[in-house]
Design a protein around this ligand. Structure first.
Ligand code: ADP
Ligand code: MG
Length: 728
């Protein structure tokens, strides 16, 4: 009997979780462990408070004396909560979060010990960061990297450590993390959008980008997960026959949440509350044991930090409930994968959501301006947007038969399609008074009522307008949202700058009124970006054909998709918008290609190992039992034995065929891997891993999964899909 699997199943059935929360009143818990505005008011002097607020709202530099005051107050606050250590918390390009804890405790010359934390320690640190990916920017023996305080994201306490959100850059100034380019992109979109807002309201001083992410994930019993080498090493199952029951009955989606999972969620939400992560909704997802958690949207930089923090604490909380969290985009073949929808909008410091229709024709013209410019930005940079969500894991969704497709398109709904059509018909140049009235009354003026019944939500669209925000659905569940958010905000910033230049030109050179100029530019934009608008079903083969005709890219794999990151137009875009230098763009590209190669390489090794060392020996063992059985039957039945052992003989033969299939394909895969490894050019190497190595996975899996159906259940060593997916 296969001991590990059955041991794990037996133990997992006994797993229950109890949860006693001292206090679960959210309003009382919220932000308790965050050095937020409220706490700062309490702990900081007026000068220090204003210094930090100026940094947050106007990007002003914090003086050294102020930093000393902030550090000292932060320390007092943290000590009052039993904290002993502090760390600069950052998001290197490994995709995980990083921290190195230092104690506040120090000894002085006279031998006395004190708790110390100064401005210099708050503002900058030099972690030994030589093993974080830099894409060749920083050689290990060369200059080191340093972390620098990001005052726009508040410090928080996790466990007994004070965590200070920081950026991570090389000594030469290049970004080595997700946060640095994001902050630059947010700055760019703020400048560009504020300038455009002035057409409509002179009082606007700042535009903030908002992000509301929706995190999907699977929960699997921890012991069952540990019994599968593929889950442990790759985060997903590389083989396993589908369960007789999967998601076909649709009985999990929005159904009642199983109690152990519910306890995990309540525990997790409790932690989130303390950390100021405003989680709001929880529900079951489509696949069995798949769930989703979403917060109230926040300023984008803070939201990205909160999502990174969440992914980290999810694993720790899950352990307490004997669960393992699978964040992988496709942990199980044949059931839904996981994504992380990024809901995005822009809003002003005067409290207006620029992507929500307003109450007056003028505010609606403002809405349409931002709406059309976003669509235009996506149209111009669709390939880059696809690249921003490319990863080995996400290829299982975007490139495969799962929504959304790898083709980026924008869904806006019937009513807004109608509005755009009417705008497309606006007269060139000056508008007659009648046309203006008509536009204000019947086109721009009508938007608020029509949008209310815009319930048609196309679930297969990668980029959909959902009433007051755009929803970027192609983001993978493991992604750091900093990557897609940097791209989206940068392309919109660039687009808004161009828009303003064109509108101003019509006003200055052609003597058009402001609204006439805006209508004129929007009309041309709508005409030029028709190709990106698509309301139909993204699954359809017909759409693939149509998209190709429209000139949209369809990069199904990461190596193909990533190339857009170093296209000359991308390098120029990021340089112009001061988001990334050419060196930074190229370094990131290299890091991501490298990460792809490593992922596939590890999966390939694990798959080869499981197939040869777990599956084949088990099949042989079972085959031997059958052979013994046939020999016995022959002894008893003599001539009649062929008839009575027909089934066994067939099985013996079938098993041999599958074993041969596995061996041939594993050998082929190893050969291809060796060949790929000799490539010195990483682009070629990634290509080989994708098209020559990974392409064999399915053949190996096919034979293994067939054997799973043939071999005695008692012998099978790998925990099966039905056990992984239905144990609660
Ligand atoms: P869904 O139907 O896709 O589940 P919801 O309406 O529940 O969408 O919203 C999902 C996410 O969108 C939530 O995180 C929510 O906070 C966020 N969201 C709502 N309004 C905005 C906005 N204006 N900007 C950014 N995110 C928003
Ligand atoms: Mg959504």
């Amino acid at each position: 009997m296969s001991t590990l699997r059955f041991h794990a199943i037996k133990e997992s059935l006994a797993h229950t979780s109890k949860l006693v929360l001292d206090n679960d009143r959210r309003s009382e818990l919220f932000g308790q462990n965050v050095f937020n505005e409220q706490t700062m008011r309490q702990y900081l002097t007026k000068d220090a408070f204003e210094g930090v607020m100026n940094a947050i709202w106007h990007g002003k530099k914090i003086e050294r004396s102020i930093a000393d005051q902030v550090a000292s107050s932060m320390k007092d606050w943290a000590l009052s909560k039993g904290v002993t250590h502090y760390t600069h918390w950052f998001q290197p390009l490994t995709g995980a979060t990083a921290e190195k804890h230092d104690a506040f405790f120090e000894t002085s010359n006279s031998g006395l010990s004190i708790e110390k934390f100064e401005g210099s320690q708050l503002v900058q640190q030099e972690p030994d960061a030589s093993s974080f990916p830099s894409g060749g920017i920083r050689n290990t023996f060369e200059a080191r990297g340093y972390t620098a305080w990001d005052p726009t994201s508040p410090a928080f306490i996790y466990g007994t450590t004070l965590c200070i959100p920081t950026i991570f850059v090389a000594y030469t100034g290049e970004a080595l993390d997700y946060k640095t380019p994001l902050l630059r992109a947010l700055h760019a979109v703020d400048d560009a959008a504020t300038a455009v807002c002035k057409y409509f309201d002179k009082n606007v001083r700042k535009v903030t980008s908002s992000l509301g992410w929706e995190q999907e994930y699977f929960l699997v019993d921890k012991l069952l997960a540990s019994s599968r080498p593929d889950i442990i090493l790759t985060g997903r199952t590389l083989l396993g026959h589908s369960s007789a029951k999967g998601q076909q009955l649709d009985d999990h989606y929005f159904g009642s949440i199983p109690s152990r999972a519910l306890n995990f969620m309540r525990d997790l939400e409790n932690e989130c509350m303390l950390l100021g992560i405003p989680v709001k909704t929880r529900h079951n997802e489509v696949a069995p044991n798949q769930f989703e958690l979403a917060p109230i949207f926040e300023e984008a930089n803070l939201a990205v930090d909160h999502n990174s923090l969440l992914m980290d604490i999810m694993g720790r909380v899950a352990s307490r409930h004997h669960f393992k969290v699978l964040l992988h985009e496709k942990p199980f073949a044949g059931v839904n994968g996981s994504g992380k929808h990024n809901n995005w909008s822009l809003s002003t410091d005067t409290g207006v959501n620029l992507l929500a229709p307003g109450k007056t024709p003028m505010s609606n013209l403002q809405f349409l301006t931002f709406f059309v410019n976003t669509i235009k930005a996506v149209h111009e940079h669709e390939a880059l947007l696809r690249a921003a969500v490319a990863s080995a894991g996400n290829d299982h969704r975007l490139g495969a038969n799962e929504a959304p497709p790898a083709i980026i398109s924008v869904f806006i709904g019937e009513q807004l399609s109608q509005v755009l059509e009417e705008l497309e018909g606006v007269t060139k140049g000056k508008l007659s008074p009648q046309e203006k009235t008509e536009l204000k009354l019947n086109v721009v003026g009508k938007i608020p009522d029509v949008l209310l019944d815009n319930t048609d939500r196309n679930r297969t669209s990668p980029f959909a307008f959902t009433g007051n925000k755009f929803e970027f659905r192609a983001v993978g569940s493991t992604a750091n949202c900093g990557n897609p958010m940097t791209v989206l905000n940068t392309i919109v910033a660039k687009q808004l700058i161009e828009f303003k230049v064109e509108v101003d030109k019509l006003i200055d050179k052609k003597g058009l009124k402001k609204d006439e100029a805006i209508f004129n530019v929007l009309r041309e934009y709508i005409k030029s970006c028709r190709a990106i608008l698509f309301e139909g079903n993204g699954y359809d083969e017909a759409w693939r054909v149509e998209a190709e005709k429209r000139g949209l890219s369809n990069n199904k794999t990461t190596p193909e998709a990533l190339k857009a990151k170093v296209a000359p137009s991308t390098i120029k875009l990021f340089e112009e918008m001061k988001v990334m230098s050419e060196v930074e763009s190229r370094a990131r590209y290299e890091i991501e290609v490298e990460a792809y190669i490593l992922h596939i390489q590890i999966e390939s090794r694990v798959l080869g190992d499981i197939a040869r060392n777990h599956v084949v020996p088990t099949a042989v063992k079972y085959q031997n039992i059958l052979i013994e059985n046939v020999k016995g039957l022959k002894e008893i039945f003599d001539k009649k034995f062929v008839e009575v052992s027909r089934e066994q003989l067939n099985l013996i033969e079938e098993i041999s065929q599958h074993i041969a299939g596995i061996n041939a394909n594993v050998t082929k895969m190893i050969e291809e891997r060796k060949k790929a490894n000799t490539q010195s050019d990483i682009e070629k190497k990634a290509h080989d891993y994708c098209f020559n190595v990974k392409s064999i996975f399915d053949d190996i899996r096919y034979h293994c999964d067939k054997l799973e159906l043939l071999v005695d259940d008692e012998l099978w060593p790998l925990t099966k899909y039905r056990e992984l997916l239905f144990t609660r």
